[in-house]
Design a protein around this ligand. Structure first.
Ligand SMILES: [Zn+2]
Length: 236
């Protein structure tokens, strides 16, 4: 579930991301009443098995819901903030009732990883890299994004406008270089080697550099700013 909104006296409207129908809105009637059978299973960002009935308007009606055993995201403010980013991005890229290949799977696996990761920023960064790749916005990491010469093993500035890192000839002196260690981690992420990524030691300075690149790339391609990203950054 991506989002919830209180409606009327005891109802709630939910936005769900589904495997086969993409994003859709559904109303759960009476769900805010204590005796509601639906209520306990409908946690924000939860993974649920849904049975929907046709409603009168645009919205479906939640007829039955069961929590899918597995991850649980709740309580922790930082965890919720990272989950909000995953949900906001999914909601932004999906149109109503129109599935996009890979988005559902990416969201479920990212929330699952987030719930198990001791440092939520790691899971969040992996999600951003995968999402960029899925949307066709993967940053260029091996050669200069301007002149295409292979990058040498050194720090290099990142340009979201160019779509990647710049070699020493193309970089402007005013550009802040990204440390080589961060570029190496980004390359590992782009290769999809999650097992090795999980074992990397990433201190917060390195995480900041990695996040900086991924966020710059993402924001460049989004027409509006992501609210959850601004919130996450304000927490730090
Ligand atoms: Zn160049």
């Amino acid at each position: 579930m991506l989002r919830k909104l209180d409606y009327g006296e005891a109802d709630r409207i939910f936005t769900f991301l589904t495997r086969s129908h993409g994003k859709l809105g559904a109303i759960a009637k009476g769900v805010r009443r204590q005796e509601s059978k639906l209520g306990p299973s409908l946690e924000l960002y939860g993974h649920v098995d849904l049975l929907l009935a046709k409603g009168r308007g645009e919205l479906d009606v939640v007829a039955q819901v069961a929590r899918v055993p597995g991850y649980r995201i709740e309580g922790d403010v930082e965890l919720m903030a990272h989950a909000a980013l995953i949900a906001e991005l999914a909601e932004r890229v999906c149109e109503d009732r129109h599935p996009i290949d890979g988005v559902y799977e990416l969201v479920v696996s990212s929330l699952d990883e987030l719930s198990r990761e001791t440092d939520p920023r790691r899971a969040s960064a992996w999600f951003l890299m995968s999402a960029l790749d899925l949307l066709g916005y993967a940053p260029q990491l091996a050669s200069c994004a301007s002149c295409e010469r292979p990058l040498t093993a050194r720090a290099a500035p990142f340009s979201a406008e160019a779509g990647g890192f710049l070699c020493e000839r193309c970089a402007l002196p005013s550009m802040e270089p990204v440390p080589l260690a961060a570029i190496k981690v980004l390359r590992l992420m782009a290769s999809g080697d999650r097992e090795t990524y999980r074992r990397l030691k990433l201190d917060s300075a390195l995480m900041n550099s990695i996040d900086g690149v991924l966020q710059a790339q993402l924001e460049y391609h989004m027409d509006r700013r992501l609210k959850s990203l601004a919130f996450l950054n304000s927490m730090r």
